[in-house]
Design a protein around this ligand. Structure first.
Ligand code: HEC
Ligand code: HEC
Ligand code: HEC
Length: 213
């Protein structure tokens, strides 16, 4: 009889081990959560997320859907395109310019060509950021005038009130940038704010004009 009854010492030991495991588990989990999310309130300091995951793992497609296996994974589709550091890591403008992609302008008409308009609109920016040069050319290679005019922008220089706050809220340029076109991050400010202003800008302009003569 004595042999089958666990001793009191053994039971106390079991308790201590269980308690230690519990404490270790809680501490470990809290640590993992912290490591995963070191600074959630600062968008720019977030750790790098994996990008361009295969369709079954991207969180958009139903992994159990029948068609998912037939979709080409983006990493495979994008491997020959010009890389970029943000968004889906493709520089779509450079990919188009270098002929790596030749998108169809009209879904139903393979011969349709875009009306490309080469007109830059420079918007002077308050404060110290360089001015914004909005390029019609790179936009009208993909888009129709009616994608922007008149719903998003009145087609008249300076007629629209545009601010960074509006863009970040998904209005004006933000209707597309951050959704279907490159996002607004610390790495992309200069893509839009590309015109040096003040003395430097004027000097650069004068130099350009002089070199043309
Ligand atoms: C991606 C959006 C977008 C597309 C597409 C677009 N535009 Fe614009 N357009 C703008 C913006 C932004 C301005 C500047 C408005 C401002 O300064 O307030 C502008 C300004 C204009 C202006 C005024 C120029 C001036 O000097 O006053 C004209 C004209 C114009 N666009 C015509 C067109 C035509 C024609 C097309 C198609 C071939 C087109 N736009 C396609 C965004 C676009
Ligand atoms: C209707 C959608 C749309 C709107 C609105 C829009 N863009 Fe774009 N933009 C695009 C697309 C699409 C591209 C090409 C894909 C990319 O670069 O991500 C592009 C590319 C660009 C480029 C890159 C050109 C290059 O040489 O790499 C700049 C700069 C730019 N946009 C600035 C602006 C500014 C400034 C505004 C607001 C005044 C604006 N865009 C509004 C869709 C839009
Ligand atoms: C998609 C193009 C685009 C990108 C990317 C972008 N900006 Fe802007 N930014 C604009 C436009 C357009 C304006 C309005 C200019 C005007 O007053 O007409 C603007 C205005 C500003 C202003 C002036 C104040 C205001 O809100 O109007 C500041 C400051 C500014 N941007 C900072 C930044 C910084 C910092 C980044 C990078 C994190 C950035 N921008 C990225 C297009 C862009």
């Amino acid at each position: 009889m004595n042999v089958q009854m666990p001793s009191l010492k053994f039971i106390v030991l079991l308790f201590i081990v269980a308690a230690l495991l519990l404490v270790f588990g809680v501490v470990h989990q809290a640590g993992a959560a912290e490591r995963k999310n070191p600074n959630v309130f600062n968008r720019l300091l977030k750790p790098k997320k994996p990008f361009n995951l295969p369709p079954a793992k991207d969180g958009y497609h139903d992994p159990e859907g029948e068609g998912v296996a037939y979709l080409q994974p983006p990493k495979e589709a994008f491997k020959d395109l010009v890389p970029a550091k943000v968004g889906n890591h493709v520089d779509w403008v450079r990919s188009l310019e270098s002929g790596k992609i030749t998108p169809r302008y009209d879904r139903l008409d393979p011969k349709a060509k875009p009306i490309v308009m080469d007109l830059n609109i420079v918007r002077e920016v308050k404060g110290s950021m360089p001015d914004v040069a909005y390029p019609h050319k790179q936009h009208t290679e993909w888009l129709d005038c009616s994608n922007c005019h008149p719903a998003i922008f009145i087609p008249q220089k300076g007629a629209n009130q545009i601010s960074m706050a509006a863009i970040l809220m998904g209005q004006k340029c933000g209707v597309c940038h951050g959704k279907v076109a490159f996002p607004i991050t610390a790495k992309t400010c200069r893509k839009c704010h590309s015109r040096p202003k003040g003395r430097k800008g004027k000097k650069a302009k004068a130099k350009k004009a002089a070199s043309k003569k």
